[in-house]
Write a protein that binds this ligand. Structure first.
Ligand code: SF4
Ligand code: SF4
Length: 446
């Protein structure tokens, strides 16, 4: 597949330009966070079916050991982030104010918490064995969605993958974890791409990086060997450049059909963190038990990029960053555009947690809602060419069937419409609730 030879940066129509706010952490190297006493591993932290525990309370576990297996094909494995003991399997706090069944691990304070380190063969796998390896490693999309990665690599008969697209856009304000990983681990990222190229039979790969990360673009280009069919595509800084359909539109000027997947165009899209997790699994035998998290926002005393064991309570991460300022109003998991406010700091870091942001003011200053003035700004902002204003009105009237005729399920919940609305109408929140209702009535996971 040929990358368009444009002289300008790659981009897409519509979208918004929120303030980047990345300066507090963009130059901060990734720091490993020390181990804490307790880790909480929710069984439903990936999209799809809940995992099934394979350990019992009281059992000794070692770092990287399997503690829960997939509940279905669209589900994945969970591994212990620390050596210690299973203290409980019960309901613990989860983002969104709900509780989720979780395996609680008490870390052994006298253990050295060594990394697993046995390399695994990636050159002689069948396609089925490769899919099974990725599921075994517990790897998910680490940009926030937490979709089990192996499901993307299970290619139906009659389809083939020609191109690997690596998503290094990181278009959410404040977040710099993908940026730091590209700067600090370029060889591991390129190894992960080699593994994908080899096992999916793809011919070439592109890493899409927004131009506000010039050092990452230069470093990656400097590390690509002449024999590697890998390119770096500079992307215009625009939100939501990192939504996978936008990335494909920007770089290849192709549209994923409504209701379709990138593989319908012969591509798979992977987040930088997921590709690094693939490299770590095959190079060191390390399953997905830790991830890089950006801790930032004006309510945090010591903004940081941290390598954090999955399951670490937010309270402990923030304590390591010298705590919160006294007048914090809101803590968000993920980025400010698509993240979720948390009701308790007992919530743990999940596989999909890219950021922990603390703010002293509500992110929207215009808290009062006004009537729609039909200005059309939400239509201009929507990268999927939907009519957000109309969808929001329909959602209020619970016209869910009609909403489907207006392609509501194509909405990626990017929040560009809400961001651009001068009347402060919570458009994406209304759409999100409607989509959840539609999925529930169709018997799918909400
Ligand atoms: S309607 Fe959906 S896809 Fe369109 S701007 Fe709003 S949240 Fe984004
Ligand atoms: S941006 Fe807000 S006020 Fe303007 S048309 Fe959309 S919903 Fe109405």
């Amino acid at each position: 597949m040929k990358v368009l030879s444009k002289l300008i940066e790659y981009s897409f129509a519509h979208g918004v330009h929120p303030r980047e706010n990345k300066e507090a952490t963009v130059s901060l190297p990734i720091q490993r966070m020390p181990f804490v006493n307790e880790y909480v591993m929710p069984l439903n932290q990936q999209l799809g079916a809940q995992c099934k525990p394979v350990v019992e309370p009281g059992e000794r576990v070692v770092r990287g050991q399997l503690i829960a297996e997939p509940g279905a094909f669209i589900s994945t494995n969970l591994h212990s982030p620390a050596t210690g003991w299973v203290r409980a399997i019960d309901n613990r706090r989860y983002p969104g104010g709900v509780f989720a069944r979780s395996i609680v691990i008490e870390a052994d304070p006298y253990d050295s918490q060594q990394q697993p380190n046995a390399a695994r063969d990636w050159r002689h796998l069948t396609p089925e064995q490769f899919v099974a390896e990725i599921q075994l490693a517990g790897i998910v999309g680490m940009g926030g969605a937490a979709f089990p990665a192996h499901a993307k690599y299970s290619i139906p008969e009659g389809q083939r993958i020609d191109h690997i697209l690596v998503n290094g856009a990181e278009c959410e304000p404040f977040l710099t974890n993908d940026h730091r990983m590209m700067v600090e681990r370029p060889d591991a990222l390129l190894l992960g791409i080699d593994i994908l190229l080899h096992n999916l039979g793809a011919k070439s790969a592109t890493i899409g990086v927004e131009t506000n990360k010039p050092d990452a673009i230069d470093i990656l280009r400097g590390h690509i060997r002449p024999d590697q069919p890998i390119k770096v595509a500079p992307l215009r800084v625009k939100y939501p450049q990192g939504a996978e359909k936008m990335l494909i539109k920007s770089i290849f000027d192709k549209e994923v059909p409504a209701g379709g997947l990138p593989r319908d165009l012969g591509m798979v899209v992977n987040n930088v963190g997921s590709v690094l997790a693939i490299a770590d699994w095959f190079q060191y035998g390390m399953p997905l038990i830790e991830r890089v998290v950006t801790v930032s926002g004006d309510g945090v005393r010591q903004p940081s990029n941290l390598l954090v064991p999955i399951g670490t309570p937010l309270r402990e991460v923030l304590k390591f960053c010298d705590g919160l300022k006294d007048d914090v109003f809101q803590v968000v998991m993920g980025g400010p555009m698509m993240g979720t406010s948390v009701a308790s700091l007992d919530v743990p870091v999940l596989k999909g947690t890219s950021g922990i942001l603390a703010f002293r003011q509500p992110q929207s200053q215009r808290t009062r809602e006004y009537a729609c003035i039909r200005c059309g700004r939400c239509l201009e902002a929507c990268p999927y060419f939907l009519n957000p204003s109309r969808l929001a009105k329909m959602a209020r009237s619970r016209l869910y069937e009609e909403m489907q005729q207006y392609s509501v399920m194509d909405c990626v919940e990017c929040g560009s419409c809400t961001y651009s609305c001068p009347s402060n109408i919570p458009i994406v929140q209304l759409i999100r609730t409607a989509k959840s209702q539609i999925r529930q009535s169709a018997g799918k996971v909400a």
